[in-house]
Design a protein around this ligand. Structure first.
Ligand code: C5P
Length: 219
């Protein structure tokens, strides 16, 4: 039987990729499956928390009755849903792989293919949800971010943690076999505000979720 240490806590989790629409038939996205965020939502709910799960387009089900799920498609929708809930929550876990860019213009009609002609799509930056929440954060609220880097992993993660005013950041490496997108396992390093690192072995995403929740409870 699980210890219900999170009874009375409200936790906001975002998960999955976002889809940035190009035209009625196409979008830009990434390989995020949402599995890590959904495992965190389950773990928090099992420990008694009320969870608001803002999810991008994923093929996953939520079963726990304590999870209130909001499905979104784009980064902008995820931004709006997440920010509107932030004032009422105790802990925010930003697990989503939010698309960094979206098409500057949406085409109402399907863009025609023209053979042998180069095609370029103009992109514009999406808003950074973590950055916005970091600015809104009140004392007592805890904000957790994720980082996935292919180079300078530690220094880039520490930079993000500080810039976005996170309490800690969970680094998952694409270099580790069995870590990162689509897999059922993950290998993480947690880095806190004073730059202290804690490395964990490769585990199932369910077990990784347990480690992350235990870490939050240790703060
Ligand atoms: O994309 P980046 O590596 O900066 O992501 C680090 C953290 O910031 C993650 O927790 C991610 O969910 C969050 N993020 C966000 N909004 C964005 C981009 C990233 O909340 N537009």
């Amino acid at each position: 039987e699980k210890k219900k240490q999170l009874i009375g806590k409200k936790i906001l989790i975002n998960a999955g990729p976002t889809h940035e629409r190009i035209d009625p038939t196409r979008y830009i996205s990434n390989y995020s499956s949402g599995k890590m965020g959904f495992a965190l939502a389950e773990e928090c709910a099992e420990r008694g928390a009320k969870v608001i799960l803002v999810s991008g387009p994923v093929r996953l089900k939520t079963i726990h009755p304590n999870i209130f799920r909001i499905d979104v498609e784009s980064a902008e929708e995820m931004y709006n849903a997440t920010l509107s809930k932030f004032s009422e929550i105790d802990i925010g876990i930003l697990c989503a792989a939010v698309a960094d860019y979206k098409p500057l213009y949406y085409s109402e009609n399907k863009i025609k293919h023209k053979a042998n002609e180069p095609f370029s799509l103009e992109l514009t930056s999406n808003l950074d949800i973590a950055l916005a929440l970091g600015k809104m954060k009140k004392s007592g609220q805890i904000l957790v971010g994720f980082a996935l880097e292919t180079e300078n992993e530690l220094s880039n993660s520490i930079e993000k943690l500080q810039k976005k005013n996170l309490d800690f950041i969970v680094l998952n490496s694409l270099k580790e076999k069995g870590s990162g997108f689509q897999t059922n396992t993950n290998k993480i390093t947690i880095i806190n505000m004073i730059g202290k690192q804690k490395e964990f072995p490769l585990k199932s995403k369910k077990e990784v979720a347990i480690d992350i929740v235990d870490y939050i409870l240790s703060l």
